[in-house]
Design a protein around this ligand. Structure first.
Ligand SMILES: Cc1ncc(COP(=O)(O)O)c(C=O)c1O
Length: 407
């Protein structure tokens, strides 16, 4: 059964309107199956949204040293200055942008908090947040938590979810507070090109709306690096861009909970102010670990990216060889969003059968909003052997259900 929102009268309407995330529900169901089974179950986990690599030793060591050396107190709400300076230098190295570490950056508790604070800072109750879907579900739930209205805009599945800026522009109106532009996308791995970004920026700024550029997967791209929204924006438009980034995916640091937000000084100042009411500051040793990730040896991260690139090739080739299903080639992130419309039932039911009958854990497409119907998301944050087993099982399911034994 698809999870339902809570109807509890014991919590605020705002909170009870938030639906449990379907990815998490699927994950919990798999864990329960594993716990209940007498025999070894051998589930293949392809629902995972984090790198299957350990944080490199030099980064872990930096946290140890920082804690031993006294980094055990609160830090500035915006984060330690050294880390903000290092982020600023990294951005200057990767783009043409100069960011003032003193006023235009806040370190945050992962990209999640950056996103959450950005929405809170720019949306009043009833304002609209335009979210192209399929999308990371938090964009939708965070809008609801801020008493804003998420406006889901499905991207064209028939064109492999290539972002269609005109659909987004059509959804922008007088009530729009912000447009979420996630590139590369979770779950499709597709990216916005410069023309699409220009079009969305122009329409958003015309309406006095912000563009929330979620670029947490931008460093994990396997063809050309996609443009950063703030770099495409001209000086005036840049006043309306808030960029969300994170150490989680690019540095295999999901558990450390360090991300950052950059944008115009007045808005960042307000965001730093409201951080005092959420987490105040990010865990101090984790900030030193993040600093080391940025400034220390980069080879482990390059090796991880190469592994993801090889897996992408394998997964896309395998999926393309299975009859009646299809996949849009992901340009970044580590997900394949697979069209399984030929199979019977909703994406939840298909993911459920794949789990119950074939032992493969995936995320149903509807977890990512309306635009994800008829799809499942497979993560390639797993080693090649497990990917092979998972894809063998998916192929067996497709062939059995569609009676394609000999095709
Ligand atoms: C598109 C997107 N943005 C932001 C995040 C936030 O990640 P974190 O809080 O670990 O930085 C995620 C995590 O899955 C994501 O997929």
């Amino acid at each position: 059964m698809v999870p339902r929102p809570s109807d509890s009268s014991r919590v605020s309407d705002r909170v009870s309107r938030i639906e449990p995330q379907q990815i998490r529900v699927m994950f919990d169901r798999a864990a329960a199956l594993e716990a209940d089974s007498d025999a070894e179950l051998d589930l293949v986990h392809l629902e995972i949204g984090e790198p299957d690599f350990d944080t490199p030793a030099h980064v872990v060591e930096a946290a140890h040293e920082a804690a031993a050396g006294g980094a055990t107190t609160y830090t500035a709400n915006a984060g330690i200055l050294e880390l903000r300076e290092a982020v600023s230098e990294r951005i200057a190295g990767e783009t043409d942008r100069r960011i003032d570490p003193a006023s235009e950056i806040s370190v945050t508790t992962g990209g999640v908090e950056a996103h959450h604070l950005a929405i809170h800072a720019v949306a009043d109750p009833g304002d609209e947040i335009v979210v192209p879907t399929p999308a990371w579900p938090n964009s939708i739930s965070q809008a609801k938590l801020a008493s804003a209205v998420p406006v889901q805009v499905p991207m064209p599945a028939e064109e492999g979810f290539t972002p269609d800026p005109e659909r987004i522009v059509d959804a922008i109106g007088p009530d729009t507070a912000a447009v979420v532009l996630t590139s590369p996308s979770n779950p499709t791995g597709r990216v916005f090109d410069e023309t699409a970004i220009e079009r969305v920026l122009e329409a958003a700024v015309d309406h006095g709306a912000y563009v929330l550029a979620d670029e947490v997967y931008r460093a994990l791209t396997y063809d050309a690096t996609p443009p950063s929204v703030a770099s495409v924006a001209d000086r005036e438009q840049r006043e309306w861009v808030l960029t969300i980034d994170s150490f989680s995916k690019r540095y295999a640091m999901t558990g450390w909970r360090v991300g950052w937000l950059t944008g115009p000084a007045d808005v960042i100042g307000e965001i730093v102010k409201i951080r005092e009411s959420s987490s105040s500051s990010v865990n101090a040793p984790a900030q030193y670990a993040a600093l080391e990730a940025l400034t220390g040896p980069q080879d482990p991260f390059e090796e991880m990216k190469e592994a993801f690139r090889r897996r992408r090739e394998y997964v896309v080739d395998r999926l393309e060889s299975i009859p009646r299903i299809s996949v849009a080639r992901p340009e970044g992130a580590f997900y394949a969003f697979v069209n399984v419309r030929a199979l019977e039932g909703s994406s939840w039911e298909i993911a459920d059968r794949l789990l119950e009958e074939y032992g493969v854990v995936t995320a149903p497409g509807t977890a990512f909003g309306d635009g994800g119907a008829g799809h499942i998301r497979l993560s390639f944050a797993n080693d090649l052997d497990r990917l092979e087993t998972g894809l063998d099982r998916l192929e067996a399911m497709v062939r059995a259900e569609l009676e394609l034994e000999n095709e």
